[in-house]
Design a protein around this ligand. Structure first.
Ligand SMILES: Cc1cc2nc3c(=O)[nH]c(=O)nc-3n(C[C@H](O)[C@H](O)[C@H](O)COP(=O)(O)OP(=O)(O)OC[C@H]3O[C@@H](n4cnc5c(N)ncnc54)[C@H](O)[C@@H]3O)c2cc1C
Length: 805
């Protein structure tokens, strides 16, 4: 056995083999896969082998599309068969909400180049004749859906990897992973120790145990899952005899997926009485056995399936496959460099290995070899969960995710499991004020504050929700007087030390401010993609506070750690420094009433330390509402005291607490972009307009400089613009296609209702050469074409008089 390699991939399931193949495909051949038994000895061998592109996240859907198209390539390279059946598939909708979701998905597919189609009941009958369409409104048809042979496909990946120079050691159990001081790894196996520069954990069912060898907790959990294979069914035999093949049918109402298997059918269920498996760890001796049949938990699902597919009621059961596979709390894989651990990579938590395995392998290989993936993969980045995550949190979330696998996913939906989890000192005070809570990165965040007669639960919807009136009331309170909310959901970092400024000048593309001032700056990857959108506050020559998205904490800390330098310390203080934002025309009067400092001369983008009431605070004059406003930071131990100070001072001005729904409406008045909507690693500064914050004239060679300069020279092919939309009861959410002259020319990034201006506002990308003020386009919202106009001037405070005054 080899004793050194560049990469040791642990695990020979479909995911490990795909990672191995992609590493060789992108040019690394000194790579090795270690499998404790035979290939496919985990979840992989009992998979139903189905694949599909449908995924709520567009980039995940694109990677699923990549995976599916890859199988042909694998067959060609290796001469092996993946047992492909591209039979197409339909996803049924039995109510308007579900149909709305499919319409929204279809719309997204237009600019992704996916040839899906919305079909009605008659068409469904033709495509999938065994379906009882009673109560069905329509379906989404995807010609790419199909199934394959899980074992054959995994072996094809393995062969293609070997052809590219990779080595595979089976019956080679990894027992320990020990890091050397230089960041490389000793991988201790039954067959000896391998010195590897990098480790990839593709341990599947055992990914938790493999992670624990390096002291890493991976938030995933195995769930039991069952599908049945029937005896021959005459109706299916007739289709086969006529030269056809029955397509896949996903029936979300019945929580089932169905496809042809041999001359019968195979049907699997995501049942509500589901069961987590191996709660305290996956036994090492598990692997080639199935779990005992468990019909009790799928009785209701089977009865439902008999009504939807009556041929099943007559069919005998030939075999039952009941096995475990792993899920992360949100159902997406855990991929990428593990934060805080050098040269350790994750490729686990992949619950749909045959839809996603290719995309996971490609992404990881790009990340390892090229330094960054080609697209925004935050939806599956292992860094999307924080250090606060525990098995006690993961398990209920995984159960919830399994149960909701086929549920309608609404844009405004707040999932209830494992909540409240993390709360700030304001939780009970805000609850008493009527807070209706959402959560972000495990933290409870008020969406709005329900007053008498307003709903205390926001009904999930694709259309304007029943929180519309409450949101409008809070927006008006801010614009007409003063509103207050908490700054708990900002990611906050303290950068200190003699080299702090020089380090920031290299990490951030923008200007680093002088003491007492703030600046806004993009953070770029080497390829010039947006990986952060920061406010930098200079509290002293060697002390800076950074603020950015709360949900990106681990993502950003990983980047900071990867670029750490002597003479600078970066600390994540997101939960150690908290406070409030006050915003609106009366905000200055409220602050003035709470401090003996003179705040009348505090300019827009100033930052000062001052005592507010009796609390030491950092006060900065800036507000994401686009209004006159102040962010006031303090020690969370003093936060409640600060609250009472500001709250009492605000009473004469009618201060009103406001939540995230109002905040997201207010920012639309000024066309302010938002992280992971307008700003993400999919986009560049020039495309999004953030290039105006790049300090091209600073001497520092900031990361991404060459790419940003090159783009400045050519200009971007597309740009972010804002639109006023003639919406009805549904505003833009995300990824709606933008039509011009009968063609899809762009897509939306976000949108909503601007309560202050009474307009439906959207933001999205258009080809640069088509952009003109007032340009008329159409935006497809839930299957309806809505007229929209490009706006070049924000409808509120266009000259900034209010914000800067
Ligand atoms: C009943 C059922 C039906 C399914 N149907 C589908 C489907 O239709 N479509 C779909 O896409 N997905 C389906 N899945 C899910 C699919 O099986 C998984 O997504 C996929 O197999 C995950 O592959 P993996 O490589 O991550 O993990 P695994 O297959 O679990 O592979 C992990 C490998 O790592 C090895 N390993 C672990 N620890 C060590 C160690 N210490 N040293 C060396 N080797 C080690 C194991 O032996 C194993 O071979 C189904 C799953 C089940 C259970």
């Amino acid at each position: 056995m080899k004793t050194t390699c560049q990469v040791a991939v642990i695990g020979g399931g479909v995911v490990g083999c795909s990672v191995l193949y992609h590493l060789t495909k992108l040019g690394w051949s000194d790579v090795m896969l270690l499998e404790r038994s035979e290939l496919t000895s985990g979840s992989t061998w009992h998979a139903a082998g189905g694949f599909h592109t449908l995924n709520g996240d567009t980039n995940m859907a694109a990677l699923q599309g990549y995976t599916i198209r890859l199988y042909k390539e694998l067959e060609e390279i290796t001469g092996m068969s993946c047992g492909l059946h591209h039979v197409g598939g339909i996803t049924l909708a039995d109510n308007q909400d579900r149909f709305d979701m499919l319409l929204a998905e279809r719309a997204k597919h237009r600019f992704m180049g996916l040839e899906t189609e919305i079909v009605g009941p008659d068409e469904i009958k033709k495509i999938a004749p065994i379906t009882n369409t009673d109560g069905i409104i329509g379906a989404l048809y995807d010609p790419l859906d199909g199934h394959l042979d899980p074992s054959g496909t995994t072996h094809a990946y393995a062969k293609a990897a070997k052809m590219g120079g990779a080595t595979i050691e089976t019956h080679c159990m990894v027992r320990e992973t020990n890091q050397r001081p230089d960041g490389t790894w000793d991988v201790v196996t039954d067959k000896g120790t391998i010195h590897a520069e990098h480790i990839v954990n593709a341990g599947g069912l055992w990914a938790r145990e493999v992670g624990a060898m390096a002291g890493i907790y991976f938030p995933l959990h195995p769930m039991e899952h069952q599908y049945l294979v029937t005896d021959n069914i005459p109706e299916i035999e007739a289709i086969i005899d006529a030269g056809g093949e029955h397509p896949h049918v996903m029936d979300p109402a019945g929580e089932s997926y169905l496809r042809q298997e041999g001359r019968g059918l195979c049907i699997g269920f995501y049942e509500q009485p589901c069961k987590p498996w191996a709660v305290d760890g996956t036994p090492w001796e598990f692997g080639h056995e199935l779990l005992p049949d468990d019909f009790d938990k799928i009785t209701d699902s089977i009865e439902f399936a008999y009504r939807r597919f009556p041929v099943l009621a007559e069919a005998g059961v030939k075999s039952v496959i009941h096995g475990p596979f792993t899920f992360a709390p949100d159902g997406n894989p855990l991929v990428g460099p593990v934060p805080g651990v050098r040269n350790y990579w994750s490729a686990c938590g992949v619950m749909a290995g045959f839809s996603q395995g290719g995309g996971v392998g490609l992404t990881l290989a790009q990340w390892m070899i090229e330094g960054e993936p080609e697209r925004d993969v935050f939806a599956m980045d292992v860094a999307r969960f924080g250090d606060w995550i525990t098995p006690g949190y993961t398990r209920p979330k995984v159960i919830e995710n399994y149960q909701k696998r086929f549920s309608v996913a609404y844009p405004n939906e707040e999932l209830p499991a494992a909540r409240p989890n993390r709360t700030t000192p304001m939780y009970d005070i805000f609850s008493d004020l009527g807070a209706v809570w959402g959560q972000q990165y495990g933290l409870e965040v008020p969406n709005y504050f329900a007053q008498e007669g307003e709903p205390t639960y926001e009904t999930p919807s694709f259309r304007r929700s029943d929180a519309f009136a409450a949101t409008g009331r809070e927006v008006r309170a801010v614009r007409e007087g003063v509103g207050i909310n908490e700054v708990h959901n900002f990611g906050k970092y303290l950068v200190t030390g003699p080299r702090a400024r020089a380090w920031l000048d290299r990490i951030m593309a923008g200007r680093i401010p002088a003491p007492g001032r703030l600046s806004l700056t993009p953070m770029l990857s080497p390829k010039g993609k947006l990986i952060g959108d920061f406010t930098v506050s200079c509290l002293g020559e060697e002390e800076f506070q950074l603020t950015a998205s709360y949900g990106a904490q681990n993502f950003h800390m990983r980047w900071f750690q990867q670029h750490q330098q002597d003479g600078v310390t970066v600390e994540n203080i997101s939960d150690k420094r908290n406070g409030f934002q006050i915003a609106g025309p009366k905000a200055r009067e409220v602050l003035a009433a709470c401090t003996r400092e003179d705040v009348s001369d505090m300019r827009f983008m100033d930052v000062r330390r001052m005592v507010v009431g009796m609390t030491d605070c950092i006060v900065q004059r800036v507000s994401y509402t686009g209004d006159l406003g102040f962010e006031i930071y303090c020690d969370p131990m003093a936060q409640r005291q600060l609250w009472w100070t500001l709250w009492q001072a605000g009473q004469p001005h009618g201060v009103v607490p406001f939540g995230m729904r109002a905040m997201m409406s207010l920012r639309l008045d000024k066309f302010f972009g938002s992280w992971m909507r307008e700003f993400s690693p999919d986009y560049t500064p020039a495309e999004t307009g953030l290039d105006r914050f790049i300090a091209f004239n600073k001497p520092a060679d900031f990361i991404g400089r060459a790419a940003a300069e090159a783009e400045r020279a050519t200009g971007p092919a597309r740009r972010l613009v804002a639109f006023e939309v003639d919406a009805d009861d549904a505003d833009v959410n995300a990824y709606e296609p933008i039509w011009l002259d009968g063609k899809v020319v762009g897509f939306c990034t976000s949108g909503g209702y601007s309560h202050h201006t009474g307009k439906s506002i959207a933001m999205g990308f258009l080809p640069t050469d088509r952009i003109a003020d007032g340009l008329q386009v159409e935006i497809e919202i839930l299957g309806q074409m809505r007229k929209a106009r490009v706006l070049s001037t924000p409808p509120f405070d266009a000259d900034g008089a209010r914000m800067r005054g």
